[in-house]
Ligand binder design. Structure first.
Ligand code: ADP
Length: 517
């Protein structure tokens, strides 16, 4: 039968436990916090690095688009360039441009003298002329290159109106997959771009094309495009397969891991500390148990010795005096037997060797039998006692001797823990399929926060009469074990200074069918 852990000086114990846990927990929490903080810092550093790299790549993509446009224009300009070199005639050049118009929106030739107002950028040593329609008729920009006449001098700019939105959307894949690897600024880092997602955003931030899906927004960087693609933006973001995403997942796992490890450590500390303190308490309890029991044994033995010696040497004067000594011997022998019974019963119950000898029991018989042996003690101690037994009573299935033992313990306590008001009441009643046997006293009472622990083994209330009244701290735990073995419970109500009532509640046999006197 499992017992609750013994508790002594609960508050001091809680304090010690708290102190111990705090001494281990505080450094552990500081270490865990530092580890988590460092991990998060490294992770943020990695994310910032990744973001910087993404911004750099966005710039390279922008350049690559300009190269793509220049290459497209230069390739398409071949026939027009040939015409310009042979004739230099503007009309012929326009016709030659028209033949390749399907690549772009519409051909356009600007003579040298009219080139003012257009912009120029250099892309890998080549001039790209671009700009909006000065007449305002066309919504899209113009992209062109210089055409040289027969004398080798430029005659004007030949090129096409083109839609930058569809150009960007159509060429994104080529730029990312073909042009990026050939960029000299990639420094061999192309492999990393496989774990990046690229997209083109329009003026209002809507995506118009993308290569791969990016799902790691903290690393996203958006760079504005310039030149003929002004207004559009390139966005680069890490994909779930990127090292930075992998690192972020690892960080989450690591933080959870550190937190769990700390919890386990704290749990182990608490459990370990409680265990150690329980052991220390048990050792203390056993020491005080031995000294209490020794005292409990010594007192009756010395009383018996004195009484026997007096009788032996016939030091009494009257018959009454002789009876008094005989009564003292009988009473102290009872006390010794009771104590030895308690200890033996307790150790047998704990070892699981005590079996109950059950039969239908009328508790009135139990009360009468117990009082027969205890009456002497009550009268000698000057107690007034009152026993209330009902006329008819439900039986219980139980061990009559064990139940007598329980009642004896409750009566013994009532006597031990009473001072001036020496009143003991024993009542028995049946109600609702339950049988209640109550012992009330008008003694010192039990403080509310001690009521639960008085049933623990070796437990004694550290106030009141406990220092003058010796006890082993086993009586109530024995009562509780025995009553529980009868499928019952022990209830206690008490007011400090006013008295206590201990009630044994047992299930009635046959659903509470009562039997007469
Ligand atoms: P013991 O009486 O040997 O100390 P018990 O297990 O019988 O051990 O009781 C445990 C503690 O409960 C006692 O030490 C006492 O402090 C308290 N106690 C028990 N019965 C009473 C009572 N009737 N009135 C006041 N205190 C009691």
């Amino acid at each position: 039968m499992a017992l609750p852990a013994p508790r002594f000086l609960p508050r001091a114990r809680e304090h010690k436990l708290l102190l111990l846990v705090f001494a281990v927990a505080l450094p552990a929490l500081v270490l865990a916090g530092t580890a988590i903080w460092l991990t998060l810092r490294v992770s943020r550093q990695v994310e910032a690095e990744s973001g910087r790299y993404n911004a750099y790549l966005a710039e390279i993509v922008i350049e690559a688009f300009e190269r793509e446009l220049v290459d497209e224009v230069r390739a398409a300009l071949g026939p027009a360039q040939a015409v310009a070199q042979t004739t230099g005639d503007h009309e012929h050049i326009r016709n030659a441009l028209a033949s390749r118009a399907r690549l772009f929106e519409a051909p356009h030739f600007v003579p040298l003298v009219e080139l003012e107002g257009y912009s120029v950028i250099t892309v890998e040593g080549q001039l790209l002329i671009y700009g909006a329609d000065p007449t305002g008729r066309r919504a899209h920009p113009f992209a062109a290159m210089l055409l040289n006449g027969p004398d080798g001098n430029p005659v004007g700019a030949g090129g096409w109106w083109f839609n930058p939105r569809s150009f960007l959307a159509e060429h994104l894949r080529t730029v990312i997959l073909d042009r990026l690897p050939t960029s000299q600024r990639m420094y061999g880092g192309f492999e990393q771009t496989r774990h990046l997602a690229f997209s083109i955003l329009d003026q209002v931030g809507n995506e118009i094309a993308h290569v791969r899906e990016g799902t790691f927004p903290v690393t996203a960087r958006t760079e504005p495009m310039t030149g003929p693609f002004e207004g559009f933006q390139v966005r680069v973001v890490a994909t779930p397969t990127s090292p930075v995403a992998f690192a972020a997942r690892l960080v989450v796992i690591e933080v959870v891991f550190i937190a769990l490890l700390t919890l386990v450590m704290l749990g182990a500390t608490i459990v370990g500390a409680r265990y150690i303190m329980r052991q220390v308490e048990l050792v203390n309890a056993k020491t005080s148990f031995v000294s209490n029991v020794t005292h409990e044994l010594k007192t009756p033995i010395s009383v018996i010795m004195v009484a026997v010696e007096t009788l032996e040497l016939r030091r009494y004067h009257t018959e009454d005096e002789r009876d008094k000594f005989l009564r003292a011997i009988a009473r102290e022998t009872d006390r010794l037997a009771h104590l030895v019974d308690n200890i033996l019963d307790y150790s047998r119950l704990e070892a699981g060797q005590r079996t109950l000898d059950r039969s239908p029991v009328d508790l009135r018989d139990v009360v009468n039998a117990t009082l027969d042996t205890f009456r002497l003690r009550l009268e000698d101690a000057g107690f007034h006692y009152e026993v209330t037994l009902p006329d008819s009573m439900a039986l219980v299935l139980g061990d009559s001797r064990a139940l007598q033992h329980c009642l004896l313990n409750l009566l013994d306590n009532a006597v031990k823990y009473s001072r001036d008001r020496k009143d003991v009441r024993v009542t028995l009643d049946t109600d609702d399929g339950l049988v209640r046997l109550a012992v009330s006293d008008r003694g010192i009472g039990i403080p509310p926060d001690e009521r639960a622990r008085i049933f623990e083994k070796f437990a004694r209330v550290e106030t009141g009469l406990v220092h003058t009244v010796k006890g082993a701290g086993l009586g109530l735990s024995l009562v509780q074990m025995l009553v529980r073995a009868h499928h019952g419970r022990v209830e206690v109500t008490s007011t400090p200074g006013e008295g206590s009532t201990f009630t044994i509640v047992l299930p009635a046999l046959d659903g509470g069918r009562a039997v007469g006197p």
